[in-house]
Design a protein around this ligand. Structure first.
Ligand SMILES: *[C@@H]1O[C@H](CO)[C@@H](O)[C@H](O)[C@H]1NC(C)=O
Ligand SMILES: *[C@@H]1O[C@H](CO)[C@@H](O)[C@H](O)[C@H]1NC(C)=O
Ligand SMILES: *[C@@H]1O[C@H](CO)[C@@H](O)[C@H](O)[C@H]1NC(C)=O
Ligand SMILES: *[C@@H]1O[C@H](CO)[C@@H](O)[C@H](O)[C@H]1NC(C)=O
Ligand SMILES: *[C@@H]1O[C@H](CO)[C@@H](O)[C@H](O)[C@H]1NC(C)=O
Length: 463
Protein backbone atom coordinates (compact mmCIF):
# COMPACT_ATOMS: atom_id res chain seq x y z
CA UNK A 1 0.00 0.00 0.00
CA UNK A 2 1.22 3.46 -0.89
CA UNK A 3 2.77 5.80 1.66
CA UNK A 4 0.21 8.31 2.83
CA UNK A 5 0.55 11.75 4.21
CA UNK A 6 -2.29 12.00 6.67
CA UNK A 7 -3.60 15.21 8.15
CA UNK A 8 -5.36 15.08 11.51
CA UNK A 9 -8.18 17.29 12.71
CA UNK A 10 -9.92 17.29 16.05
CA UNK A 11 -13.00 19.32 16.88
CA UNK A 12 -15.53 19.62 19.65
CA UNK A 13 -19.26 19.77 19.01
CA UNK A 14 -21.37 20.39 22.11
CA UNK A 15 -18.69 18.75 24.20
CA UNK A 16 -18.46 15.66 21.99
CA UNK A 17 -15.25 14.86 20.17
CA UNK A 18 -14.81 14.39 16.45
CA UNK A 19 -11.51 13.14 15.07
CA UNK A 20 -10.76 13.15 11.38
CA UNK A 21 -7.89 12.45 9.04
CA UNK A 22 -7.41 12.77 5.31
CA UNK A 23 -4.91 12.02 2.61
CA UNK A 24 -2.84 14.97 1.43
CA UNK A 25 -4.61 15.26 -1.92
CA UNK A 26 -7.98 15.00 -0.12
CA UNK A 27 -9.18 12.09 -2.23
CA UNK A 28 -9.99 10.24 1.00
CA UNK A 29 -11.08 11.38 4.43
CA UNK A 30 -12.19 9.41 7.47
CA UNK A 31 -12.92 9.92 11.09
CA UNK A 32 -14.83 9.27 14.25
CA UNK A 33 -17.83 11.26 15.42
CA UNK A 34 -18.89 10.84 19.04
CA UNK A 35 -22.62 10.65 18.29
CA UNK A 36 -23.50 10.33 21.99
CA UNK A 37 -21.13 10.46 24.96
CA UNK A 38 -18.88 7.38 24.74
CA UNK A 39 -20.51 6.15 21.47
CA UNK A 40 -18.17 6.56 18.51
CA UNK A 41 -19.17 6.20 14.87
CA UNK A 42 -16.56 5.65 12.15
CA UNK A 43 -16.91 6.96 8.58
CA UNK A 44 -14.76 6.91 5.42
CA UNK A 45 -15.34 9.24 2.45
CA UNK A 46 -13.90 8.77 -1.04
CA UNK A 47 -13.92 11.59 -3.58
CA UNK A 48 -14.38 10.25 -7.08
CA UNK A 49 -11.46 10.54 -9.54
CA UNK A 50 -14.06 10.16 -12.33
CA UNK A 51 -15.85 13.39 -11.43
CA UNK A 52 -17.44 15.09 -14.45
CA UNK A 53 -18.46 18.74 -14.24
CA UNK A 54 -21.77 19.50 -15.90
CA UNK A 55 -23.32 22.71 -14.65
CA UNK A 56 -26.89 21.44 -14.87
CA UNK A 57 -26.18 18.24 -12.95
CA UNK A 58 -24.35 18.14 -9.61
CA UNK A 59 -21.98 15.26 -8.82
CA UNK A 60 -23.82 12.90 -6.41
CA UNK A 61 -22.67 11.37 -3.15
CA UNK A 62 -23.76 7.93 -2.01
CA UNK A 63 -24.05 6.93 1.63
CA UNK A 64 -23.76 3.13 1.75
CA UNK A 65 -25.54 1.35 4.61
CA UNK A 66 -24.64 -2.31 5.16
CA UNK A 67 -26.91 -4.91 6.74
CA UNK A 68 -26.52 -7.48 9.48
CA UNK A 69 -27.32 -5.57 11.67
CA UNK A 70 -23.70 -5.35 12.68
CA UNK A 71 -22.05 -5.86 9.29
CA UNK A 72 -19.47 -3.21 8.40
CA UNK A 73 -20.00 -0.91 5.42
CA UNK A 74 -16.42 0.33 5.73
CA UNK A 75 -15.20 -3.25 5.40
CA UNK A 76 -17.72 -5.27 3.40
CA UNK A 77 -19.47 -2.66 1.25
CA UNK A 78 -16.18 -0.95 0.54
CA UNK A 79 -13.72 -3.81 -0.08
CA UNK A 80 -16.12 -6.61 -1.06
CA UNK A 81 -18.72 -4.74 -3.12
CA UNK A 82 -18.38 -1.21 -4.50
CA UNK A 83 -15.25 0.60 -3.23
CA UNK A 84 -12.16 1.50 -5.30
CA UNK A 85 -10.12 -1.50 -4.08
CA UNK A 86 -10.99 -5.15 -3.54
CA UNK A 87 -9.91 -7.30 -0.58
CA UNK A 88 -6.59 -7.95 -2.30
CA UNK A 89 -6.17 -4.17 -2.63
CA UNK A 90 -6.43 -4.45 -6.42
CA UNK A 91 -8.44 -1.75 -8.25
CA UNK A 92 -12.09 -2.59 -8.74
CA UNK A 93 -13.22 -2.02 -12.32
CA UNK A 94 -16.84 -1.61 -11.41
CA UNK A 95 -16.42 0.68 -8.40
CA UNK A 96 -19.39 2.96 -7.87
CA UNK A 97 -16.87 5.83 -7.66
CA UNK A 98 -17.32 5.89 -11.42
CA UNK A 99 -20.73 7.44 -10.76
CA UNK A 100 -20.51 9.19 -7.38
CA UNK A 101 -18.49 10.03 -4.28
CA UNK A 102 -18.83 7.28 -1.69
CA UNK A 103 -19.38 7.62 2.04
CA UNK A 104 -19.09 4.40 4.03
CA UNK A 105 -20.24 4.32 7.63
CA UNK A 106 -19.91 1.65 10.28
CA UNK A 107 -23.49 1.85 11.48
CA UNK A 108 -24.92 1.36 14.08
CA UNK A 109 -22.32 2.08 16.77
CA UNK A 110 -20.43 -1.13 17.65
CA UNK A 111 -20.20 -2.16 13.97
CA UNK A 112 -16.82 -2.48 12.22
CA UNK A 113 -14.47 0.20 13.62
CA UNK A 114 -17.32 2.02 15.41
CA UNK A 115 -17.43 1.30 19.12
CA UNK A 116 -19.13 2.03 22.41
CA UNK A 117 -17.32 2.40 25.69
CA UNK A 118 -20.22 0.99 27.72
CA UNK A 119 -22.50 -1.86 26.75
CA UNK A 120 -25.72 0.04 27.49
CA UNK A 121 -24.91 2.39 24.59
CA UNK A 122 -25.75 0.03 21.70
CA UNK A 123 -28.91 1.04 19.82
CA UNK A 124 -32.08 -0.98 20.41
CA UNK A 125 -34.23 0.36 17.56
CA UNK A 126 -33.86 1.49 13.95
CA UNK A 127 -34.89 5.01 15.01
CA UNK A 128 -32.06 5.24 17.54
CA UNK A 129 -29.65 4.24 14.77
CA UNK A 130 -31.19 6.89 12.49
CA UNK A 131 -30.73 9.57 15.15
CA UNK A 132 -27.03 8.68 15.51
CA UNK A 133 -26.60 8.71 11.72
CA UNK A 134 -28.25 12.12 11.49
CA UNK A 135 -25.80 13.44 14.09
CA UNK A 136 -22.96 12.03 11.98
CA UNK A 137 -24.28 13.65 8.78
CA UNK A 138 -24.52 17.04 10.52
CA UNK A 139 -20.87 16.78 11.53
CA UNK A 140 -19.72 15.77 8.05
CA UNK A 141 -21.90 18.06 5.88
CA UNK A 142 -22.75 21.20 7.87
CA UNK A 143 -19.25 22.64 7.84
CA UNK A 144 -18.37 21.69 4.27
CA UNK A 145 -20.02 23.75 1.54
CA UNK A 146 -18.49 21.77 -1.27
CA UNK A 147 -20.06 18.55 0.00
CA UNK A 148 -23.42 20.30 0.35
CA UNK A 149 -23.52 20.74 -3.44
CA UNK A 150 -23.78 16.98 -3.91
CA UNK A 151 -27.23 15.41 -3.57
CA UNK A 152 -27.08 12.66 -0.97
CA UNK A 153 -28.38 9.26 -2.05
CA UNK A 154 -28.83 6.77 0.76
CA UNK A 155 -28.17 3.30 -0.64
CA UNK A 156 -28.88 0.33 1.58
CA UNK A 157 -28.43 -3.40 1.39
CA UNK A 158 -30.22 -6.03 3.46
CA UNK A 159 -30.96 -4.91 7.04
CA UNK A 160 -29.53 -1.50 6.05
CA UNK A 161 -32.87 -0.76 4.37
CA UNK A 162 -34.57 -0.37 7.73
CA UNK A 163 -31.90 2.15 8.74
CA UNK A 164 -32.14 3.91 5.36
CA UNK A 165 -35.86 4.65 5.54
CA UNK A 166 -35.75 5.75 9.19
CA UNK A 167 -32.67 7.86 8.41
CA UNK A 168 -34.38 9.34 5.35
CA UNK A 169 -37.21 10.63 7.54
CA UNK A 170 -34.93 11.75 10.35
CA UNK A 171 -32.63 13.59 7.91
CA UNK A 172 -35.59 15.28 6.18
CA UNK A 173 -36.83 16.53 9.54
CA UNK A 174 -33.39 17.93 10.37
CA UNK A 175 -33.13 19.51 6.92
CA UNK A 176 -36.57 21.15 7.27
CA UNK A 177 -35.57 22.46 10.72
CA UNK A 178 -32.42 23.98 9.21
CA UNK A 179 -30.20 21.74 11.33
CA UNK A 180 -28.75 19.61 8.55
CA UNK A 181 -27.31 21.18 5.42
CA UNK A 182 -27.67 18.60 2.70
CA UNK A 183 -29.96 17.92 -0.22
CA UNK A 184 -31.57 14.47 0.00
CA UNK A 185 -31.34 12.93 -3.47
CA UNK A 186 -33.21 9.74 -2.71
CA UNK A 187 -33.38 6.46 -0.86
CA UNK A 188 -32.33 3.26 -2.65
CA UNK A 189 -33.25 -0.10 -1.20
CA UNK A 190 -31.21 -3.04 -2.54
CA UNK A 191 -32.48 -6.44 -1.38
CA UNK A 192 -33.57 -4.91 1.90
CA UNK A 193 -35.31 -6.43 4.94
CA UNK A 194 -38.20 -3.91 4.92
CA UNK A 195 -40.90 -6.41 5.83
CA UNK A 196 -39.58 -9.53 7.63
CA UNK A 197 -43.03 -11.14 7.68
CA UNK A 198 -43.31 -11.00 3.89
CA UNK A 199 -39.85 -12.51 3.47
CA UNK A 200 -40.33 -15.47 5.82
CA UNK A 201 -43.69 -16.19 4.15
CA UNK A 202 -41.98 -16.20 0.73
CA UNK A 203 -39.22 -18.68 1.58
CA UNK A 204 -41.18 -21.96 1.54
CA UNK A 205 -43.22 -21.35 -1.65
CA UNK A 206 -40.20 -20.00 -3.54
CA UNK A 207 -37.95 -22.94 -2.61
CA UNK A 208 -40.72 -25.45 -3.37
CA UNK A 209 -41.21 -23.93 -6.83
CA UNK A 210 -37.51 -24.33 -7.66
CA UNK A 211 -37.37 -27.92 -6.27
CA UNK A 212 -35.19 -27.04 -3.29
CA UNK A 213 -37.91 -28.08 -0.80
CA UNK A 214 -40.42 -30.90 -1.00
CA UNK A 215 -43.97 -30.75 0.35
CA UNK A 216 -42.86 -31.78 3.84
CA UNK A 217 -40.29 -29.00 3.94
CA UNK A 218 -42.82 -26.55 2.55
CA UNK A 219 -45.35 -27.41 5.27
CA UNK A 220 -42.82 -26.99 8.06
CA UNK A 221 -41.58 -23.69 6.60
CA UNK A 222 -45.10 -22.34 6.13
CA UNK A 223 -46.29 -23.28 9.58
CA UNK A 224 -43.28 -21.57 11.20
CA UNK A 225 -43.76 -18.52 8.96
CA UNK A 226 -47.42 -18.33 10.08
CA UNK A 227 -46.28 -18.52 13.70
CA UNK A 228 -43.86 -15.63 13.05
CA UNK A 229 -46.63 -13.61 11.42
CA UNK A 230 -48.78 -14.09 14.53
CA UNK A 231 -45.91 -13.18 16.87
CA UNK A 232 -45.34 -9.97 14.91
CA UNK A 233 -49.06 -9.22 15.03
CA UNK A 234 -48.98 -9.71 18.82
CA UNK A 235 -45.99 -7.41 19.19
CA UNK A 236 -43.77 -10.29 20.36
CA UNK A 237 -40.76 -9.15 18.37
CA UNK A 238 -38.05 -10.92 20.35
CA UNK A 239 -39.92 -14.24 20.06
CA UNK A 240 -40.37 -13.57 16.35
CA UNK A 241 -36.59 -13.11 16.03
CA UNK A 242 -36.05 -16.44 17.79
CA UNK A 243 -38.57 -18.15 15.49
CA UNK A 244 -36.88 -16.60 12.46
CA UNK A 245 -33.63 -18.29 13.50
CA UNK A 246 -35.45 -21.60 13.99
CA UNK A 247 -37.04 -21.24 10.54
CA UNK A 248 -33.64 -20.66 8.94
CA UNK A 249 -32.45 -23.86 10.61
CA UNK A 250 -35.45 -25.85 9.38
CA UNK A 251 -34.99 -24.59 5.84
CA UNK A 252 -31.28 -25.34 5.91
CA UNK A 253 -31.95 -28.93 6.96
CA UNK A 254 -34.89 -29.56 4.60
CA UNK A 255 -33.02 -28.10 1.64
CA UNK A 256 -29.63 -29.69 2.44
CA UNK A 257 -28.17 -26.24 3.22
CA UNK A 258 -29.47 -23.93 0.55
CA UNK A 259 -27.57 -20.64 0.48
CA UNK A 260 -29.73 -17.82 1.81
CA UNK A 261 -27.95 -15.27 -0.37
CA UNK A 262 -28.34 -17.23 -3.63
CA UNK A 263 -30.80 -20.09 -3.77
CA UNK A 264 -28.99 -21.77 -6.66
CA UNK A 265 -26.03 -22.43 -4.34
CA UNK A 266 -25.26 -24.52 -1.26
CA UNK A 267 -24.05 -22.62 1.74
CA UNK A 268 -20.72 -24.06 2.78
CA UNK A 269 -21.67 -23.72 6.40
CA UNK A 270 -21.28 -26.15 9.26
CA UNK A 271 -24.32 -28.10 10.50
CA UNK A 272 -26.73 -25.61 11.96
CA UNK A 273 -27.42 -25.61 15.65
CA UNK A 274 -31.00 -25.01 16.64
CA UNK A 275 -30.30 -22.58 19.44
CA UNK A 276 -31.59 -19.25 18.29
CA UNK A 277 -28.91 -17.29 20.09
CA UNK A 278 -26.12 -19.17 18.39
CA UNK A 279 -27.84 -18.94 15.05
CA UNK A 280 -27.87 -15.17 15.09
CA UNK A 281 -24.11 -15.13 15.48
CA UNK A 282 -23.85 -17.72 12.73
CA UNK A 283 -26.06 -15.66 10.44
CA UNK A 284 -23.58 -12.82 10.72
CA UNK A 285 -20.54 -15.03 10.13
CA UNK A 286 -22.30 -16.65 7.20
CA UNK A 287 -22.87 -13.20 5.69
CA UNK A 288 -19.20 -12.33 5.93
CA UNK A 289 -18.11 -15.75 4.73
CA UNK A 290 -20.42 -15.66 1.72
CA UNK A 291 -18.96 -12.36 0.59
CA UNK A 292 -15.40 -13.53 1.07
CA UNK A 293 -15.96 -16.72 -0.94
CA UNK A 294 -17.17 -14.50 -3.78
CA UNK A 295 -14.06 -12.37 -3.62
CA UNK A 296 -11.39 -14.99 -2.98
CA UNK A 297 -10.23 -15.04 -6.54
CA UNK A 298 -7.08 -16.95 -7.49
CA UNK A 299 -3.97 -15.10 -6.39
CA UNK A 300 -5.24 -13.55 -3.19
CA UNK A 301 -6.29 -14.87 0.17
CA UNK A 302 -9.16 -12.40 0.39
CA UNK A 303 -9.42 -12.48 4.17
CA UNK A 304 -11.38 -9.39 5.14
CA UNK A 305 -10.72 -9.79 8.87
CA UNK A 306 -6.96 -9.74 8.62
CA UNK A 307 -7.11 -6.98 6.00
CA UNK A 308 -9.19 -4.66 8.21
CA UNK A 309 -7.30 -5.41 11.42
CA UNK A 310 -3.95 -5.30 9.60
CA UNK A 311 -2.94 -2.87 6.83
CA UNK A 312 -6.19 -0.90 6.89
CA UNK A 313 -6.08 -0.25 10.62
CA UNK A 314 -2.44 0.83 10.21
CA UNK A 315 -3.26 3.13 7.32
CA UNK A 316 -6.14 4.85 9.11
CA UNK A 317 -3.98 5.67 12.15
CA UNK A 318 -6.88 6.87 14.32
CA UNK A 319 -8.36 3.50 15.33
CA UNK A 320 -7.75 2.97 19.07
CA UNK A 321 -5.28 0.17 19.77
CA UNK A 322 -7.80 -1.92 21.72
CA UNK A 323 -10.57 -1.66 19.11
CA UNK A 324 -10.67 -4.48 16.59
CA UNK A 325 -12.80 -4.39 13.45
CA UNK A 326 -15.98 -6.36 14.11
CA UNK A 327 -15.19 -6.88 17.80
CA UNK A 328 -18.62 -5.66 18.97
CA UNK A 329 -20.72 -6.91 16.00
CA UNK A 330 -22.54 -9.72 17.79
CA UNK A 331 -23.73 -7.30 20.46
CA UNK A 332 -25.05 -4.93 17.80
CA UNK A 333 -27.26 -7.73 16.55
CA UNK A 334 -28.47 -8.95 19.94
CA UNK A 335 -29.32 -5.41 21.09
CA UNK A 336 -31.59 -5.01 18.05
CA UNK A 337 -33.42 -8.32 18.64
CA UNK A 338 -36.56 -6.38 19.66
CA UNK A 339 -36.64 -4.47 16.36
CA UNK A 340 -35.21 -7.05 13.95
CA UNK A 341 -38.61 -8.38 12.83
CA UNK A 342 -40.45 -5.05 12.81
CA UNK A 343 -41.60 -3.91 9.35
CA UNK A 344 -40.72 -0.45 7.99
CA UNK A 345 -43.32 -0.25 5.20
CA UNK A 346 -44.98 2.81 6.76
CA UNK A 347 -41.67 4.68 6.57
CA UNK A 348 -41.44 3.93 2.83
CA UNK A 349 -44.97 5.31 2.47
CA UNK A 350 -44.02 8.46 4.36
CA UNK A 351 -41.00 9.04 2.13
CA UNK A 352 -43.13 8.56 -0.99
CA UNK A 353 -45.78 10.95 0.34
CA UNK A 354 -43.08 13.56 0.95
CA UNK A 355 -42.01 13.31 -2.69
CA UNK A 356 -38.66 11.62 -2.01
CA UNK A 357 -37.41 9.37 -4.81
CA UNK A 358 -37.52 5.78 -3.56
CA UNK A 359 -35.89 3.06 -5.65
CA UNK A 360 -36.07 -0.65 -4.93
CA UNK A 361 -33.77 -3.14 -6.60
CA UNK A 362 -33.88 -6.88 -6.15
CA UNK A 363 -31.63 -9.78 -7.18
CA UNK A 364 -33.54 -12.60 -8.84
CA UNK A 365 -31.70 -15.37 -6.94
CA UNK A 366 -31.80 -13.85 -3.46
CA UNK A 367 -33.58 -15.94 -0.85
CA UNK A 368 -33.25 -13.97 2.39
CA UNK A 369 -34.77 -10.81 0.87
CA UNK A 370 -36.45 -12.59 -2.05
CA UNK A 371 -38.08 -10.63 -4.89
CA UNK A 372 -41.29 -12.52 -4.08
CA UNK A 373 -41.30 -11.04 -0.55
CA UNK A 374 -40.31 -7.59 -1.83
CA UNK A 375 -43.21 -7.53 -4.28
CA UNK A 376 -45.52 -8.63 -1.44
CA UNK A 377 -44.60 -5.68 0.80
CA UNK A 378 -44.75 -3.24 -2.09
CA UNK A 379 -48.36 -4.28 -2.69
CA UNK A 380 -49.10 -3.22 0.89
CA UNK A 381 -48.05 0.40 0.25
CA UNK A 382 -50.80 2.96 0.81
CA UNK A 383 -49.10 5.27 -1.73
CA UNK A 384 -51.66 6.64 -4.18
CA UNK A 385 -49.48 5.83 -7.19
CA UNK A 386 -49.42 2.09 -6.46
CA UNK A 387 -52.29 0.94 -8.74
CA UNK A 388 -50.80 2.82 -11.71
CA UNK A 389 -47.33 1.50 -10.92
CA UNK A 390 -48.57 -2.10 -10.78
CA UNK A 391 -50.37 -1.79 -14.14
CA UNK A 392 -47.35 -0.46 -16.03
CA UNK A 393 -45.18 -2.58 -18.32
CA UNK A 394 -41.46 -2.96 -17.61
CA UNK A 395 -38.50 -2.03 -19.82
CA UNK A 396 -35.72 -4.59 -20.32
CA UNK A 397 -32.13 -3.77 -19.33
CA UNK A 398 -28.97 -4.73 -21.22
CA UNK A 399 -25.26 -4.19 -20.67
CA UNK A 400 -23.10 -2.69 -23.39
CA UNK A 401 -23.54 -4.34 -26.78
CA UNK A 402 -24.60 -7.59 -25.19
CA UNK A 403 -28.13 -8.54 -26.20
CA UNK A 404 -28.75 -10.73 -23.13
CA UNK A 405 -31.59 -9.50 -20.96
CA UNK A 406 -30.03 -8.48 -17.62
CA UNK A 407 -33.07 -7.14 -15.87
CA UNK A 408 -36.19 -5.01 -16.06
CA UNK A 409 -37.20 -1.66 -14.68
CA UNK A 410 -40.20 0.59 -14.32
CA UNK A 411 -40.94 3.91 -12.65
CA UNK A 412 -44.07 5.74 -11.69
CA UNK A 413 -43.72 9.24 -10.26
CA UNK A 414 -41.15 9.00 -7.45
CA UNK A 415 -41.13 5.20 -7.11
CA UNK A 416 -38.72 3.07 -9.13
CA UNK A 417 -38.11 -0.70 -9.29
CA UNK A 418 -35.24 -2.67 -10.84
CA UNK A 419 -35.40 -6.47 -11.21
CA UNK A 420 -31.82 -7.74 -11.62
CA UNK A 421 -31.51 -11.14 -13.30
CA UNK A 422 -28.74 -13.56 -12.36
CA UNK A 423 -27.95 -11.80 -9.09
CA UNK A 424 -28.42 -13.01 -5.53
CA UNK A 425 -28.46 -10.86 -2.40
CA UNK A 426 -25.26 -8.99 -3.27
CA UNK A 427 -26.29 -7.38 -6.55
CA UNK A 428 -23.19 -5.17 -7.09
CA UNK A 429 -20.98 -8.27 -6.76
CA UNK A 430 -23.07 -10.63 -8.88
CA UNK A 431 -23.97 -8.17 -11.67
CA UNK A 432 -21.40 -5.34 -11.49
CA UNK A 433 -22.14 -3.91 -14.92
CA UNK A 434 -25.88 -3.57 -14.58
CA UNK A 435 -25.56 -2.43 -10.95
CA UNK A 436 -23.17 0.36 -11.89
CA UNK A 437 -25.35 1.55 -14.73
CA UNK A 438 -28.41 1.40 -12.54
CA UNK A 439 -26.80 3.51 -9.84
CA UNK A 440 -25.65 6.02 -12.45
CA UNK A 441 -29.21 6.32 -13.75
CA UNK A 442 -30.79 6.58 -10.29
CA UNK A 443 -28.39 9.25 -9.06
CA UNK A 444 -28.47 11.03 -12.44
CA UNK A 445 -24.70 11.01 -12.35
CA UNK A 446 -23.03 13.34 -14.87
CA UNK A 447 -20.79 10.35 -15.65
CA UNK A 448 -23.85 8.41 -16.79
CA UNK A 449 -24.94 11.35 -18.92
CA UNK A 450 -21.50 11.70 -20.49
CA UNK A 451 -21.50 8.12 -21.66
CA UNK A 452 -18.32 8.21 -23.73
CA UNK A 453 -16.31 8.19 -20.51
CA UNK A 454 -17.66 4.83 -19.51
CA UNK A 455 -17.06 1.31 -20.69
CA UNK A 456 -20.44 0.15 -19.57
CA UNK A 457 -23.61 1.33 -21.19
CA UNK A 458 -27.20 0.58 -20.47
CA UNK A 459 -29.40 0.38 -23.48
CA UNK A 460 -32.99 0.73 -22.50
CA UNK A 461 -35.63 0.05 -25.07
CA UNK A 462 -39.34 0.19 -24.65
CA UNK A 463 -41.00 -3.19 -25.13
C1 LIG B 1 -4.25 10.81 -4.09
O1 LIG B 1 -3.14 10.23 -3.48
C2 LIG B 1 -3.16 8.82 -3.40
C3 LIG B 1 -1.92 8.41 -2.68
O2 LIG B 1 -1.83 9.05 -1.47
C4 LIG B 1 -3.23 8.22 -4.79
O3 LIG B 1 -3.37 6.82 -4.69
C5 LIG B 1 -4.42 8.79 -5.53
O4 LIG B 1 -4.40 8.34 -6.86
C6 LIG B 1 -4.39 10.31 -5.52
N1 LIG B 1 -5.62 10.79 -6.11
C7 LIG B 1 -5.63 11.84 -6.93
C8 LIG B 1 -6.98 12.22 -7.46
O5 LIG B 1 -4.64 12.46 -7.22
C1 LIG C 1 -14.89 19.18 2.27
O1 LIG C 1 -14.74 17.79 2.06
C2 LIG C 1 -13.91 17.47 0.97
C3 LIG C 1 -13.90 15.98 0.83
O2 LIG C 1 -13.38 15.36 1.96
C4 LIG C 1 -12.50 18.03 1.16
O3 LIG C 1 -11.76 17.82 -0.01
C5 LIG C 1 -12.59 19.51 1.46
O4 LIG C 1 -11.32 19.96 1.80
C6 LIG C 1 -13.54 19.76 2.60
N1 LIG C 1 -13.66 21.18 2.81
C7 LIG C 1 -13.50 21.74 4.00
C8 LIG C 1 -13.69 23.22 4.06
O5 LIG C 1 -13.22 21.07 4.98
C1 LIG D 1 -13.20 -4.34 -16.57
O1 LIG D 1 -13.68 -3.62 -17.67
C2 LIG D 1 -13.37 -4.13 -18.94
C3 LIG D 1 -14.00 -3.27 -19.99
O2 LIG D 1 -13.59 -1.98 -19.85
C4 LIG D 1 -13.86 -5.56 -19.09
O3 LIG D 1 -13.43 -6.09 -20.29
C5 LIG D 1 -13.36 -6.38 -17.93
O4 LIG D 1 -13.93 -7.67 -18.01
C6 LIG D 1 -13.73 -5.75 -16.63
N1 LIG D 1 -13.22 -6.53 -15.54
C7 LIG D 1 -13.95 -6.84 -14.50
C8 LIG D 1 -13.26 -7.63 -13.44
O5 LIG D 1 -15.11 -6.50 -14.37
C1 LIG E 1 -9.59 0.97 25.42
O1 LIG E 1 -8.63 1.47 26.32
C2 LIG E 1 -8.99 2.69 26.96
C3 LIG E 1 -7.85 3.21 27.79
O2 LIG E 1 -6.69 2.47 27.61
C4 LIG E 1 -10.23 2.47 27.80
O3 LIG E 1 -10.60 3.68 28.43
C5 LIG E 1 -11.33 1.96 26.94
O4 LIG E 1 -12.46 1.66 27.73
C6 LIG E 1 -10.92 0.73 26.17
N1 LIG E 1 -11.97 0.43 25.22
C7 LIG E 1 -12.47 -0.77 25.05
C8 LIG E 1 -13.60 -0.90 24.08
O5 LIG E 1 -12.03 -1.74 25.62
C1 LIG F 1 -36.51 12.04 -8.76
O1 LIG F 1 -35.81 11.41 -9.81
C2 LIG F 1 -36.11 11.92 -11.11
C3 LIG F 1 -35.34 11.10 -12.09
O2 LIG F 1 -35.69 9.75 -12.00
C4 LIG F 1 -35.73 13.37 -11.17
O3 LIG F 1 -36.08 13.88 -12.42
C5 LIG F 1 -36.44 14.13 -10.07
O4 LIG F 1 -35.96 15.45 -10.05
C6 LIG F 1 -36.17 13.51 -8.71
N1 LIG F 1 -36.97 14.16 -7.71
C7 LIG F 1 -36.46 14.58 -6.55
C8 LIG F 1 -37.44 15.25 -5.63
O5 LIG F 1 -35.30 14.45 -6.25
Amino acid sequence: MEKLCVLFLVSLIHGLIATAARTQNESEAWGYVEVRPKAHMFWWLYRSPYRVEISSKPWPIILWLQGGPGASGVGLGNFEEIGPLDVNLKPRNSTWLRMADLLFVDNPVGTGFSFVEESNLFVKTDEEAATDLTTLLKEIFNRNESLQQSPLHIVAESYGGKFAVTLGLSALKAIEAGKLKVKLGGVILGDTWISPEDFVLSWGPLLKDVSRLDNNGLEMANSLAQKIKQQIRDGQYVSATDSWAVLEGVISRSSNSVDFYNFLLDSGMDPVSLTAKLLQGIAMKRYIRYLSTLSSSPGGNGDINSLMNGVIKQKLKIIPENISWGGQSDEVFSNLAGDFMRARIDEVDELLAKGVNVTVYSGQLDLICATKGTEAWIEKLKWEGLPSFLKMDRSPLYCGDDTTTRGFTKSYKNFHFYWILGAGHFVPVDQPCIALNMVGAITESPAAVKKTEIDFLIKQTKP
